[in-house]
Design a protein around this ligand. Sequence first.
Ligand code: C5P
Length: 220
Amino acid sequence: ANVCVIIPAAGSGTRLGEPVPKAFVDLCGRTIIERCVDNIPASLGASVVVVVPVDLVDRARTLLPDVIVVAGGAHRSDSVRAGISAAGDAGILLVHDAARPLTPARVFTDVVDAVRSGHPAVVPAIPVVDTLKQVVAVPGGLERVTRTVDRDELRAVQTPQGFTREALRRAHEDASGLATDDAGLAERCGIDVHLVPGDPLAMKITTPWDLRIVRDVVGR
Ligand code: C5P
């Protein structure tokens, strides 16, 4: 089956505190979205769909002449749905955050291999290193801990998240579906989600601190 990588890059990136939306922030001479697209291994032979804010469609087409660029929506899932509509007839769809521009090739190929071997939904994941607490808000006071969660049972998930075309279509059928990742929507409609090993380099750029780390890794 052909592979299409859908890159939702239509977020505002307000938590990053930069004057332009996150995908268009400079990372040592090239934008985050350019680096993200360049990092997709050529061996996949994948087509690429990039989903950007409506007012940046022209700019994205100039930066990325070899990919399909479409406008996104208010929520991440709206943007992914716009990407699915532009993905043609590819049988394997990967959804990959623009905000993870250093994701190693190995993560892409592991995800695609696992989908090809019969898993309808596959996500990269890494163990959680911090101890995690569940909390409740205390109006006017400090948050209070209700319990400590067993971190051995938890994973932090990354992207690219891989799906058969049918699984991703079903996951996004319910237009009210709000989730922070696509696998979350798949789980809700009863699709089994499997994991492959993630990688620290697949980290997501969300805060100014993340940007600082990634700029150090790329080296300026
Ligand atoms: O907000 P968050 O960092 O979780 O967003 C993850 C990815 O989804 C980012 O690459 C962002 O650009 C994208 N996104 C989108 N459309 C939105 C919101 C987020 O494409 N409306």
